[in-house]
Design a binder for this molecule. Sequence first.
Ligand SMILES: [Zn+2]
Length: 124
Amino acid sequence: MTVERKEEGGTDCGPAKRVREGEDLGIRAFQGWIEEIYFARDESRGLAGSMLWFLEEVGELVRALRRGEESEIEGEFADVFAWLATLASIRGVDLVGVVREKYGEGCPRCGGRPCACVEVEGVR
Ligand SMILES: [Zn+2]
């Protein structure tokens, strides 16, 4: 079950509009789940092959978003996140650790929340 957060007449865009019931999983727990389910296979496939799968899923997500394929979009987000976790695990990267280190104090450049940087093409 999902809970609609948006106001009447709102748009489909913006901060996460629907929160599914259940406790926050946490990034480390999620990475652990994906390792539990797939790590043996992912490790034997290796980084190069797994990167191709990741890119394929990114392509599927972008296509679903561009086409407005509502039935596909949420699942594609899940797939991209799962493949990102796989790449991190193969490289021995703790996703939550690097995310906290880079973004935990706000924007890595200006420190703002929200960011106050002037947007430069290709730089977040
Ligand atoms: Zn900034």
